[in-house]
Design a protein around this ligand. Structure first.
Ligand code: AMP
Length: 226
């Protein structure tokens, strides 16, 4: 099973020109959900992780499961005004907008080892904000983990420049595709990942190798690879 194939792509959501990578289809598939969580957890199994920080909202679902597997605490990083106790706050930019994120000021203590989890990294503005928030409270950010990386938007590179190792399970490149009639062998309307005119037949060995190289699963860890 390819994780990439369990993710639905919705064109022009929430704005025209955005290819929204919808992980609700992955979450609804028991095997895919389990596999995604296992692969996010795998590099940290047996290491000391004090807390997992999840970014609202899809980062809560994944981060909660990862924290449980690692026997770590969970830190919710939320949009402004949602947390009930005293907070620390930081502005951040999104692929499609600007916002503020917050965390409880007592959510983490100095020197705690934290991994950050979200569903997707695009421009990296959200994750960068979360890293700065955690560092503001003197946490040690061990890594940032995502199901999806959109490398053309430079987010992973931005985090690595902050000395935060990045791990992602699936990569989608943002190239424009020529229109093809629905049902044609090379039509990929539901997935929307890169087409460079390669053969995509399931029986083709090269096509399988290309698909494997796009799915950065546990056997191909990315940490420190850039
Ligand atoms: P960014 O700050 O640009 O890295 O955006 C990452 C955050 O925005 C994540 O919390 C994602 O859930 C969401 N996001 C940004 N772009 C997309 C996209 N194309 N599809 C789905 N979610 C996205």
């Amino acid at each position: 099973m390819l994780l990439a194939e369990t993710i639905r792509t919705i064109p022009d959501y929430p704005k025209k020109g955005i290819l929204f990578r919808d992980i609700t289809t992955l979450l609804g598939d028991a095997r895919a959900f389990r596999r995604a969580v296992d692969e996010l957890v795998q590099p940290w199994a047996g290491t000391k992780i004090d807390k997992v920080a999840g970014i609202e909202a899809r980062g809560f679902i994944l981060g909660g499961a990862v924290a449980h597997q690692l026997s770590a605490g969970f830190i919710p990083i939320r949009k402004k005004g949602k947390l009930p106790h005293a907070t620390v706050s930081i502005p951040y930019s999104l692929e499609y907008g600007l916002d503020h994120m917050e965390m409880h000021e007592d959510a983490v203590t100095k020197g705690e080892r934290v991994i950050l989890v979200d569903d997707l990294i695009a421009t990296g503005g959200t994750a960068e904000g979360a890293v700065k928030l955690l560092r503001q409270m003197h946490a040690e950010v061990i890594a940032a983990c995502f199901v999806i990386d959109l490398p053309d938007l430079g987010g992973a590179a931005k985090l690595e420049a902050l000395k935060v190792p990045v791990r992602s399970l699936v990569t989608f490149r943002a190239t424009r595709r020529p229109w093809r009639p629905p049902g044609s062998r090379t039509s990929r309307s539901a997935r929307g990942s890169a087409s460079r005119g390669h053969c995509r037949a399931r029986t083709c060995r090269r096509a399988r190798a290309r698909r494997r190289s796009r799915c950065r699963c546990a056997s191909m860890p990315r940490i420190g690879s850039r």
